[in-house]
Design a protein around this ligand. Structure first.
Ligand SMILES: *Cc1c(COP(=O)(O)O)cnc(C)c1O
Length: 239
């Protein structure tokens, strides 16, 4: 018997409640040492504000233009994570404010981040992205490439970046045993990297793995940072 306007209000209220509810449910579920990055790519500022109003402050974006636009529009105490592939010529746009760059997949990119960070007198926290999936399309370093960077004299001279850990994306598949084994490989590499290169560096502590479809498995395998989009904000429109 409800009229249309009333039904719309209800529907709107329900979606508004949902972001807060999703966040709260996720936070109840996640162990307290696991950081939740709310992935807000393609979602409007109003939806980010709904999450913000629950007290959430960490948001992830994968496109530089969208990230800088949202940074300008939204409250300045938001900690913005760049989670996508980053081109070197675009680092300069996010260098003044980005909190964590997850996708460092080449030494050249790391050097550019260092150079741009220096211009703002900043030390930008970074994660190395490791290739753990089958798919050709996913970016990332392998173990040899990672260790080669960490052993180079050039790396040791970079004073405006701080390596805080590793990030990886599992193969997009329903085969959760496959996903689990990829996460397990990344955790093993994380431990090895920590022992070999960062044993006395407490800052090297972040293992970013897990998205809406696989975060439970990721956490079971040792993730302490999950990047969750659709399970917070709803499905994205594919363009
Ligand atoms: C989009 C994206 C996510 C979140 O994906 P959902 O499946 O919506 O949770 C996580 N990590 C990266 C790198 C992404 O690009």
């Amino acid at each position: 018997f409800l009229n249309q306007a009333y039904q719309l209000t209800i529907r709107k209220k329900r979606t508004m409640a949902t972001i807060a509810q999703n966040l709260n449910e996720l936070k109840e579920q996640l162990p307290s040492d696991v950081t939740l990055v709310a992935v807000s790519k393609t979602k409007p500022a109003e939806m980010i504000m709904e999450a913000y109003e629950t007290g959430h402050r960490i948001f992830g974006e994968n496109k530089v233009q969208e990230l800088t636009d949202k940074y300008e529009q939204l409250p300045k105490d938001i900690r913005w994570h760049m989670i996508g592939h980053l081109q070197r010529n675009k680092v300069k746009y996010i260098a003044p404010f980005v909190s964590l760059i997850h996708g460092v997949d080449s030494f050249r990119l790391l050097k550019t981040i260092n150079k741009e960070a220096a211009k703002y007198n900043r030390i930008i926290p970074c994660l190395f992205q490791i290739h753990i999936a089958d798919e050709e399309t996913k970016f990332g370093l392998d173990e040899n490439e990672l260790f080669e960077i960490l052993e180079s004299a050039d790396y040791k001279s970079l004073s405006n970046i701080q390596i805080k850990g590793l990030m990886g994306m599992a193969t997009f598949t329903d085969d959760m045993e496959k996903v689990r084994s990829e996460f397990r490989c990344l955790k093993t590499l994380f431990d090895k990297t920590k022992n070999n290169y960062f044993s006395s560096d407490d800052a090297f502590s972040i293992l970013s793995m897990g998205m809406s479809g696989d975060y439970q498995t990721a956490v079971e395998e040792g993730s302490n940072m999950v990047r969750i989009g659709s399970a917070v904000f709803g499905e994205r429109q594919h363009h």
